[in-house]
Write a new protein. Sequence first.
Length: 535
Amino acid sequence: MPKAQTVNLDALIPREDFSVKHDVAAKSGKDPTISISHLAGGFGVFSNSLRKPDFQRETADWTPQKIVDLVRAFVDGELIPAIILWKGGGFNFVIDGAHRLSAVLSWVYDDYGDRTRSLEYFGDLIPPEQIKAARKTRALIEKEIGHFSRYEAGLKDRSSVDDITAARLDNLSSHPLTAQWVETQDPRVAEDSFFKINEAATAIDNVEKRIIKTRDSALAIASRSIARSGRGHKYWNHLSDPSAEAKIEELSREIFESLFNPPMDDGPVQTGDLPIAGKGYHVLPFVYDLVNRSNGKQAAEASAKVTTSSISSLAADDTGAGTIDHLRGVKRHLSYVVGKQPRSHGLHPLVYFWNRSGNFTPSAFFATLEFFDGIRGKSGERKFMNCRKGFEDYLISNKEHVMRIPHKLGSGNRSIPWIAKYFDFILTAFINGSSSEEIDKMLEGDKNFGFLIDGQSGQERFTEKVGGKSFSMSTKSAAFIMPFLKSGLRCEICGGLLHQKSIHIHHRELKSQGGGADMSNAGLTHPYCNSVTQA
């Protein structure tokens, strides 16, 4: 799921809509080179005129070392592929080379996703992973190249720098970046050039391509706004209803926080207070799928080819009303499994959609949503509440089942209905009064799920054999997760595990029956359990 240790440079080159607002390209001012003076100092006007097309994917795919390698190549005068630009409406649009140019700018501005430009761009909401990657990049830059301020001082006084820095200053003067310009006055041709060039280099994945091709649709705007918690580039600032913008940002922040807070660090899992959906970094494909499913659409496989027919039904949302409806759909869908609303069952992520190794599993998450869609309503939810302890204890004792289903029955979206059916199979068995041992036998004899039972106990199936003497990250996480699931805080009404985002305090003796507000009468429950018993 999330990409590990990549640096977010998205704030270094702002976005601009050239296909709508700037329909005439300029013919002059197309410098064939981009020197250090264009990016800093007297020609800063050039760097200030740089823009990315508003449909450009996030500039956040490079590792710290790759950024350092690019900056080193720049200061050492090595060959760097040309930056391809298109001039229109007074801006210099980067058609190809946004990562390369952003890497150099990050060095010039000392902003690797965590300083002034990034803080302004992301509204002071910088995920811990982004800060960590930025700090690592800055440390590598200082060690292997040196801060730009050292070179800036050397431009004014060569005697202030060492021989290596002096030689690199000569390279900066004599080996600028090469600029190639797309020679067209038609922004549609420039957009086609973007796709052709980027497909030939680092291919745009199909989720990104769908979002780019339908960038003005409610689905695309809602997905992008959630993925960045309503911050960063405002893909919704073209709406005809200004009040919609604030509502989109508000709903996006609420959804992001319900999914990805509290933030995680990079170590093994050592707390039960985990975010529902893992780390909130590089999550656009997951969020796109969530928006799709929460609004009654079946998400396409990530590998599915983007065709005209697959995107033609996604009309532009000019007012923002459609985007707001999509966001509300997501918020309501999530409210049945997380949050403090009376309808929330407060599902613990470690039980349902994190594996024993401490990794969030999107397919289990979506299967859980699908499963609850099937039992929603008074009868099904009450039956779940009455059987919840046994149901969750079975899932905990057999966590490898959800991991094995994708291996046998298909990964990705193909596994989601099977995991949901597995949950339904187990719950139905408990509703009918079956024991865990009887359920094992029922699974063993089932044509779809017989492969889950191999004659060993859950603990034997769980045991992992590895070489060496050092514990892996997954083993360290499992060493915490499995005991925690057995002994964690539980709801006083249903016996299911409690998560910190979904706890109510209930009156053990109801207020209507004379129960007081002293601590001895206060108990911890899930919101749904509390709402049912207090009704």
